[in-house]
Ligand binder design. Structure first.
Ligand code: ADP
Ligand code: MG
Length: 343
């Protein structure tokens, strides 16, 4: 199913402008992530898609070209997964998953077949008769997902489904979810404030701030070509290189950095993984912190710019207080238009 939002905005009765005018198109089977800090309007947008909230006058929502703006939630055929699993504690796994199918008044053998199918897909085999209270957090979330997809909804809406899980489990379930959603071949909108989740799961990520979609792009494009400072800093922790730009050179406290092109009127950003310790580098700085992160050391350096600049280093660990040369490939410098978004 394709999804289209036209002129969708939301002002709550108390005057809160949760969502400014938004247009969005999602292709059939596409997985979109809404990514942004808390309070930026993600849930509001998701609830408008689901029919749990009505947009301000003039906003329209289309499913496969059909205007569903005035269609109530129960007639939109959506599947939903939330952070709180919202499972029925007094029913076992099989009955939780079959619940929506029963509501659709399907024949029992059809219900059984579909439930078995999603149990298999969601790796819940062997847990059919378990009660919900006897499941781990990750298993509960898989049951919630299975229950949401069993009625074959036209679109799956997920609101921070992994946020309640502990870190290790969250990473595992994130990768699993990315694979599962593709296998279901379902159009999905996935809300998260976690950039890693958004990059891992979505075909395209919509970065939101203060009720506005700032940029929507495939993960790689978003990461490598952020459209604004806000996106660069929110996705992947880009660092500002504060200095003076003169044509294709950036003069920093610790030396001169060549830019990929004339950077006049722009600000320069770089990601830590593109700042490397190299004796032949053109920049210099002094080591203030060294942290081992398994795959590399994260090295903090002062006197390169006004703030601490972080670099990645394979090893050996440099000494704190030592002077080091740094290298940044010109192509790794991102030149962005200063944006007014501050959050
Ligand atoms: P997110 O999901 O990105 O954290 P929300 O969409 O929940 O953000 O909220 C966006 C803004 O709208 C916030 O400022 C929030 O406080 C406000 N908001 C959400 N729901 C309501 C409501 N029912 N009434 C008034 N304000 C609301
Ligand atoms: Mg929310």
């Amino acid at each position: 199913m394709t999804l289209k939002l036209e002129n969708v905005a939301k002002t709550f009765p108390d005057g809160t402008r949760a969502l400014l005018t938004t247009d969005l198109e999602v292709g059939a089977g596409e997985i979109i992530s809404l990514l942004g800090p808390s309070g930026c309007g993600k849930t509001t947008l998701l609830r408008i898609i689901g029919g749990l909230e009505t947009p301000d006058d003039g906003g329209r929502v289309y499913f496969d070209g059909q205007d569903v703006t005035d269609l109530p939630v129960e007639r939109r055929r959506i599947g939903m997964v939330f952070q709180s699993y919202a499972l029925f504690p007094n029913m076992n796994v099989r009955r939780n998953i079959g619940y929506g199918l029963k509501m659709l008044k399907l024949a029992q053998n059809e219900i059984d077949a579909r439930v078995s199918e999603v149990i298999e897909m969601c790796h819940l085999g062997g847990f059919e008769e378990r009660s919900i209270s006897a499941l781990s957090g990750g298993q509960k979330q898989r049951v919630a997902l299975a229950r949401a997809v069993a009625p074959r909804p036209r679109i799956l809406l997920l609101d921070e489904p992994l946020s309640a899980l502990d870190a290790a489990l969250r990473d595992r379930l994130r990768d699993e979810l990315a694979t599962l959603l593709r296998r279901f071949d379902i159009t999905a909108v996935f809300v998260t404030h976690d950039q890693t989740e958004a990059l891992a799961i979505a075909d395209r990520v919509a970065v939101m701030s203060q009720g506005v979609v700032q940029q929507i792009a495939p993960p790689e494009v978003l990461y490598r070509n952020p459209a604004s400072e806000f996106v660069a800093e929110f996705v992947g922790d880009a660092q500002l290189l504060r200095g003076t730009i003169a044509k294709d050179c950036l003069h920093l406290r610790g030396g001169t950095q060549v830019l990929p092109k004339d950077g006049q009127g722009h600000t320069a950003f770089v990601r830590a993984e593109n700042v490397l310790l190299d004796p032949d580098g053109s920049l210099s700085g002094r080591v203030t912190s060294v942290v081992f992160l398994g795959t590399h050391y994260r090295v903090g350096l002062e006197q390169v710019t006004d703030e601490i600049l972080f670099a990645h280093h394979a090893g050996p660990a440099p000494e704190i207080g030592s002077d080091q040369k740094l290298r940044i490939a010109p192509e790794a410098v991102m030149l962005l238009n200063p944006s007014r978004v501050t959050q």
